[in-house]
Design a protein around this ligand. Structure first.
Ligand SMILES: [Zn+2]
Length: 331
């Protein structure tokens, strides 16, 4: 092959490759087809009678945030409008226990991050610190010893990062999640997750109870039907959702990281595939979970489905919750 031919051939190949890459990039922004057609016709579900449920107080404790373009949070959203992702814990006051769902961020979080790669710190490990879990608890007059346990939706670093602020607190973890994490997640990034979990005692739970509102199995945490855990796998093997059924306010469904923002289950749509593929342990299972949530949200418009990074829904919930609690106090 003559040099001229070679150059031309190389140019064509590179050109084709370029078109291919651009094509792939454009495709990654387009909506992905979800087989939800069979589900959409579902009738509204019967609202659960919660008059006999206990009073449960729920507070989102936002510890940090990051703003990302909408099209990154929701595949197929053609907008650069910013979407705020929160890093939060949830404080739950139930007659039988005072506990956390996830843990937000500790005051010491940056000291745990110094040895992480620059790539990690600039991408998935990037956030704006706002307020530590410890300071949130202090403001509410909650001592470490008042906390009965912290239940973790899953074991990604950003959900265990508040644990250094509650040393000694019992961690309750889905056995499926822990077994899967032992195969790699616990030791990633110089054992970041393991180090954040510290020496806190761990207790495993199993969602081995009956199906619950269309979800495959459940665990009724206190045996009174008020706090019901359901598996929402795919993001990680044991990502665990939590229904809160109470007499003093609307029911609530916490999703862990089964979605990032409500658009993920409303459309449904994953995050941008670049991020989705990095944070999702099982693509097909995670998309099935999004379909299940899509279906559930359609049948139960009265229940807020709140993902642990969904800053907008968390703020909205806290505003209505504060009004509710003020009414409860007779203000
Ligand atoms: Zn997360």
């Amino acid at each position: 092959m003559k040099v001229k031919q070679l150059v031309t051939w190389g140019g064509i190949t590179l050109g084709a490759l370029g078109v291919g890459i651009v094509g792939l990039a454009i495709k990654s922004l387009l909506p992905q087809r979800f087989l939800t057609d069979d589900w959409v016709e579902g009738k509204p579900g019967l609202p659960l009678d919660t008059t006999n449920c206990p009073e449960v107080e729920v507070s989102f404790l936002r510890c940090g945030s990051i703003s990302i373009p909408e099209f990154v949070a929701t595949r197929g959203a053609f907008t650069l409008a910013p979407r705020v992702l929160a890093y939060s814990a949830v404080l739950i006051r139930h007659p039988q226990a005072l506990f956390l769902y996830d843990t937000g961020l500790s005051a010491d979080i940056y000291t745990y991050m110094v040895d992480q790669t620059l790539f990690f710190r600039k991408t998935l490990g990037n956030f704006q610190f706002e307020r530590s879990l410890g300071s949130h608890l202090e403001e509410r007059g909650v001592e470490r010893s008042d906390l009965d346990f912290a239940l973790l939706s899953h074991l990604h670093w950003d959900h265990v990062s508040g644990i250094p602020d509650i040393p000694g607190a019992l961690l309750r973890i889905n056995r499926v999640e822990y077994e899967a994490a032992k195969l790699g997640l616990l030791d990633m990034g110089n054992g970041l997750v393991r180090r954040l979990m510290g020496d806190n005692p761990v207790e495993f739970f199993d969602c081995a109870g009956p199906t619950y509102e269309g979800f495959r199995s459940s665990l009724d945490l206190f045996g009174d039907g008020s706090i019901v855990l359901v598996p929402l796998p795919g993001h990680t093997a044991g990502n665990t959702g939590m229904f809160i059924n109470r007499s003093n306010g609307p029911r609530l469904f916490l999703l862990g990281d089964a979605a990032w923002v409500s658009q993920n289950y409303l459309r449904p749509a994953t995050m941008h595939p670049f991020i989705w593929s990095r944070v999702t342990s099982d693509d097909a299972t995670a998309r099935q979970t999004l379909i299940d949530l899509h279906n559930y949200a359609l049948r139960h418009p009265e229940i807020p489905l709140i993902a642990m990074h969904d800053a907008a829904l968390q703020e909205q919930f806290m505003q209505s919750e504060q009004r509710l609690q003020a009414v409860g106090r007779g203000e």
